[in-house]
Design a protein around this ligand. Structure first.
Ligand SMILES: N[C@@H](CCC(=O)N[C@@H](CS)C(=O)NCC(=O)O)C(=O)O
Length: 243
């Protein structure tokens, strides 16, 4: 039974490509994986068949036999359960990992995502209207980074010595701090964690989805412009959904 991943090269999409590569790295024999690109800039997320897989119309989505799934963290949990590995320990560490996974979904994702959107994509919102959400999301992002920094004190990864789905969920958002203009440099444990996670071969392979090797860490000016244009289109995509 093949795994069909419906995705795009964005933080929530990279969570799942990293997960698949980490499972392979852990020696798990995965079924055939078919990656289907949902071009968000073209509005594919509002079309069938993606909408049947993910009624929320946002990537990623997963189909595995009769199971269809939305929400990146639910997909991480599903894959971790289907293909057991240290990425989700089965002993009493399990709920600690799950709480940090949910913490990402409820906090880092929305807050970093909104900060990014107001920083780079909301072209049609006047500057004076952006200042309040920018300040609010930046302050909250800094608070979340303090929580993360504290959690990483004396630990290599969020839940201890072992890399888990909680790290996978947080990493693509935190690594994009320059693009979202959320300064992580005052949080030394977070900075060290970003480097540690980036050094994992499977993470590098997962991040390569949608990108040439030489652009994984440093986007070209052309790519920045493409994402800025695409992000602005997505930010105003509500109109497409209403048509
Ligand atoms: N909570 C969702 C968020 C998914 C999400 O926001 N995906 C973005 C890309 S990172 C998307 O598809 N945006 C398209 C749109 O808003 O139209 C998850 O974790 O899967």
């Amino acid at each position: 039974m093949a795994l069909e991943l419906w995705t795009f090269a964005t933080p929530n999409g990279w969570k799942v490509t990293i997960m698949l590569e980490e499972l392979i790295e852990a020696g798990i024999e995965l079924p055939e994986v078919e990656v289907v690109t949902v071009n968000l800039m073209r509005g594919d997320q509002f079309e069938e068949p993606f909408t049947s897989i993910n009624p929320n119309q946002k990537i990623p989505g997963l189909r595995h036999g009769d199971t269809t799934l939305m929400e990146s963290c639910a997909i991480l949990l599903y894959l971790a359960e289907q293909f057991p590995s240290p990425l989700l320990p089965q002993d009493d560490r399990r709920w600690n990992v799950i709480q940090w996974l949910i913490w990402q979904a409820a906090n880092i994702g929305p807050v970093f995502g909104n900060k990014l959107s107001y920083t780079r994509y909301m072209d049609d919102v006047p500057t004076e209207q952006k200042s309040h959400p920018l300040e609010r999301f930046n302050n909250e992002a800094q608070r979340l980074l303090r929580v993360m920094d504290q959690q990483l004190e004396g630990r290599d990864y969020l839940c201890g010595d072992s890399f888990t789905i909680a790290d996978i969920a947080c990493y693509p958002w935190v690594r994009g701090w320059k693009w979202s203009k959320i300064d992580i440099t005052g949080h030394v444990n977070v900075v060290a964690w970003v480097d540690r996670v980036r050094a994992r071969p499977a993470v590098e392979r997962g991040l390569a989805y949608g990108f040439e090797q030489e652009e994984i860490d440093q986007w070209s000016e052309e790519t920045k412009k493409r994402y800025a244009r695409g992000g602005a289109t997505i930010a105003s995509n509500e109109s497409i959904a209403r048509e």
